[in-house]
Every structure is written in C-alpha cells, then in structure tokens.
Ligand binder design. Sequence first.
Ligand code: ADP
Ligand code: ASP
Ligand code: MG
Length: 294
Amino acid sequence: MKFGGTSVGSIESLLNLRDIVNAQEKPVLVVVSAMGGFTNQLLAMCEQAQQRDISCLDTLETARKRHHDAIDGVVIEPMREQVHATIDRFIDESLKPYYLALATNPHMPVAEIERVCDAIVAHGEILSSAIVTGMFEDGVPHLSLNYMRTVPDAAGRVLDWEETERLVKEDFANLDSGVHVAQGFISRDKKSGDVTNLGRGGSDYTAAILATLLDAESLEIWTDVDGFMTADPRTHPDATVIPQMTYAQAQEMCDAGAKVIYPPTIAPVAMKHIPVWVKNTFNPSAPGTVILDS
Ligand code: ADP
Ligand code: ASP
Ligand code: MG
C-alpha cells in the first residue's frame, strides 16, 4: 500500500491512513512519500543554500514544526518521544550540516553538490516514515537505503534489479506479522553507496518494485483522487473515474502525462500480473480503479 504526499501530509490524512491500514486482514507493507510539498522545499532550500541564502534554515524550522505537530496528532503515546527525537536528530545532525556545507563552500565541485542534494532530498521520506511507523503498535521500520540499489545509465540512473532483489529478500524475510513501513523514492548507488533516488514521483515505483519482488497479492496506490480518471481533474473538472483498465491502457496514459502514477511503475507489476488499485485516502469507500491484464 503506497501512500503519496497528500496522504501523509496532514494529521487528518494520516489518521485516514491508519484506519485504512488497520482495516487490512492480511500482512501489509506500507510505502510512504514525503509529507506533501516537503520534497520541493528540501530542493528549494538546496538552491537557496548554494546562493548563500541562510534563510533556508527558517524554512527548515517551519518543516520541523510541521513534523512535530503531526507526531503529536498521530503517533501513539509510548513512541512519541522517540519519534520527536528522531526528527530532531535528522534535522540537526544531518540536514543542517548539509545546508551549511552548501552555503559556506563556494568551491564545492558540481558532482559533490549533486551528491549532497541527493542526500538532502532523501530526508523527506525518512522523516515521514518515522511518523507513520510510530502510528502503529506493531509498526516495523525498514530503510529503503538498505536494499534499493541503483546504477548509473545514460539517462541518469536505473534500478539494479538483481542486487535489489537479493537485498529485498533478506530485509523482508519475515512479513507475516506487523505493519511494515518503508520509504518510497530513496535508494543508494550500488558501487559508491551514495544516496540516490528513483526520480520525482518515484515512490510509486518503489512500491511496485517491492510488490514485484515480494510477490504481493496486489499493489494499492493511495492518493488524493477517487481513481485513475479520464483526465487530470485539476484541469478537467468533468473528468470521471475509470473503474477498470488494462496495464497497457494505464501505461499509455501515464506516458502521456497522467501524473497519478509514475510511468515506470506499471511494467514490473504487469509482468507479474499483480493487480494495481488506485484509491483515495480521503474517500476510502469510493471503489477506485483496478488495473489488470484485460
Ligand atoms: P501522490 O502524492 O499521491 O503521489 P500525485 O500528485 O503524484 O499524488 O498524483 C495525484 C494527482 O495526479 C491528482 O491529484 C491529479 O491532480 C493528478 N492527475 C493527473 N492526471 C490524472 C488522471 N488521469 N487521473 C487521476 N489523477 C490525475
Ligand atoms: N517525495 C518524492 C517527490 O515528491 C517522491 C514521491 O512523492 O513519489 O517526488
Ligand atoms: Mg505521485
């Protein structure tokens, strides 16, 4: 079950997520995005820091408060203190030093700047997943940096399926009990170990990769619309939900820009014939869309 940025972006939506997950009878692996808008903020702060604009640290404090408020609203009592401390630790001991390094080092080589910004942007999912894990008494944390592996290619980077499969099978050897929580989007370079990612919107792809490698019964993409629609409802208010589609139809619409699913998501699950559901975290009783072979 993958929950996107808006689905983990507020106390209201996180409480919906909790109810949706708790209603499941079978073992669940939850894959989360960063809190809505936070990935953009982390990247905008990278730009600011490179311009020596230290006001990016103010934005960071606003983000810290947003995460702490969410913890107070949703994390179960025995876990709360620990999750607060985790958020502060990542902000104070990791994000701040990275931003200060960017702001105070005018001669940083471009490759190093890219490496630092990739490390920074991974924090969105790291922080949101700490909150989501802390919502469940039986929450089991996973760290996608430990098993998602990428290699460089002409277009940037791609998943190393073989190495990822080996590591995923080790990390998820026991999925029988508990609510397992993993970060979307983030990965490491197989050779250097540097933090990398699967591209903007890539959490859908993480969920599809894990569903494929773990032979999931289904992949559920929980988002902020009632399903895969005939067009983007933001620009086409008359768009309607498509109840059922084939993988080929979904792939075609994603390739044409339907942002609801990140395009690389479809192929791996299609190969394993795993049904994909698109459902609305804010309206869970809506039937949604199912994507199948035919
Ligand atoms: P998430 O953060 O859950 O991954 P996204 O913003 O990436 O959510 O994707 C959901 C958004 O995709 C919707 O809010 C909607 O505006 C947009 N969208 C674009 N095309 C479509 C489509 N054909 N069907 C549904 N949503 C679409
Ligand atoms: N947080 C990342 C992004 O905003 C990945 C995702 O949400 O799928 O692009
Ligand atoms: Mg998305």
